[in-house]
Design a binder for this molecule. Sequence first.
Ligand SMILES: [Zn+2]
Length: 352
Amino acid sequence: MRPLWTSGTATSLRTGFPRVPLCPPWFSSLLPLLIFVLGSTACSKGSSSARAEKAAVSTPAPESAAAPGPDSTPPNSGPLPQIDSKRTFQYIKEIVAFGTRPMGSENHKKVENYITSHLKGDQVEDDAFTVDTVEGMFPVRNIIAKYPGTKDGITVILGHYDTNYPLRNIGFVGANDGGSSTAILLEYANHLRGKKRDGYSVWLVWTDGEEAVRQWSETDSLYGTRHLAEKWEKDGTLKKIKALLVMDMIGDADLNIERETNAPAWLSDLVYQAAERGGVQSHFYARSAAIEDDHLPFVKRGVPSIDIIDLDYGYNNLFHHTAQDTIDKLSPRSLEIVGNTVLEAIRMLDRR
Ligand SMILES: [Zn+2]
């Protein structure tokens, strides 16, 4: 994915591959003043997050607190949904063990088989096709697992499983970038399997070809989801989607989920409220950014969509798209924080 900063200036910042400054260029000159005025907010990493998480005081949702949405929904009375974070972490280890997994590679095929081997007995569909890129032709395969609900409508959760093609020869294994998203969806399948949901149907999509094959652009990126969004537009599926959530790079031990500004305010707020219910809101929305990721083809078609992503992976995003994107940078606790929050968000969406 690619970040485009929106806070502060209206100018989009095109950042050098692969490293991405986390603050706009004017930030450093204003830093002393901002620190004085804002304390540890703004572009900092929110050093007080652990304290805030444990505090009983509820932080108000940032920005559009008065936006229409689920605010009037009574607090959830049932226990919060829980993922098995150790099992999810183990999935990442197994995925990483395949090695680098770019489109068209043998290892990619192995991960496809790994995913489908965990979906036995589920309703699984492929969106498989061939794409013509600047690096040649590639097979692309989105894997879709459908879990029916009682309500008319669909909540879609997407996460990509390919690793970056330009990094195929540097030992890039994408523990966070590609690994964490694949694993969390496998864990969600465990939760959804074998029971009819009292709510919307949930479709899990392991997307392919999220990464650029040479350099990120509108035509060199998001191969899988651009195809899927077009297909779902033609067959009428898009109209049934109540919300679409992309999960990407969610395993960083130092977890800070962005407020992704392509998302409608009500959906951002709903996710924040889900985090509040778990008391983990300090890991959400310290920073705002517009990010180009798998949700964009759906955003462009009017589907309420959000990218759940931590694009501050290591100091100054140092580990992103490097051989250092390895399992030791991740933690089961982060998977639990994001995993439980999105499960709760899915439940809250059922009541909208
Ligand atoms: Zn990536």
